[in-house]
Ligand binder design. Sequence first.
Ligand code: C5P
Length: 228
Amino acid sequence: AVPLDLAGRHVVVSAGGTREPLDPVRFLGNRSSGLQGYALARTAVARGARVTLVAANVALPDPAGARVVRVGSAEEMREAVLEAVQGAGGEADAVVMAAAVADFRPAGYRDSKIKKTPGAEPEPIRLVKNPDILAELGARPHGDQVIVGFAAETDDVLANGRAKLARKGCDLLVVNQVGEDLAFGRPDNAAVVLAADGTSTEVPRGPKEALAEIVWDLVAARLKPAPG
Ligand code: C5P
């Protein structure tokens, strides 16, 4: 039987990958499929939560029972996530940032398609920093809200993960091992979940649902008793 340990809770999950527009037809994007975020949303619904899923550029059907807010860019995701975590029903109980949010965006959006000029070199694309949504969530006063981040690391996985957990002020950081046949667009994932209390949980390679369930186990253990 599925534990209904998230009943009466509101959780916000972000999924997918942001696209940073360059001109009306082009963008800078990434390879995130949204599978992990959708698995988190589905499993949270099954455990009784009210779920808001903020999805960026995901080609997957809406998970049953979740409220889905679709966004494109990092700035749109920031708006939607901040609105969802401070929703009408008060602060969300937990927020899980599974989305791949672009760290940078093109400095200037061109209203018309960038053309090639015969004989001329293309202009370089200048980038500016995007807001770091997870760091903002960690820095704002958030009561007992449990904040979870994801990190895709290729080397010094644990050291980089620990540093990122502290820098972003989250309670849990799911550190994915990214490799040829892991993570992006694949049904399988392997990870280590680092907690702010110094503990860590190793999650062997398996379906993204299994990792999602472990994330919710760790979140549920950190929720303060619901009022009433
Ligand atoms: O710094 P890095 O991109 O590795 O951090 C990954 C984590 O931070 C993910 O949880 C991602 O959703 C979040 N993030 C964010 N805003 C950004 C970049 C990343 O919320 N601009």
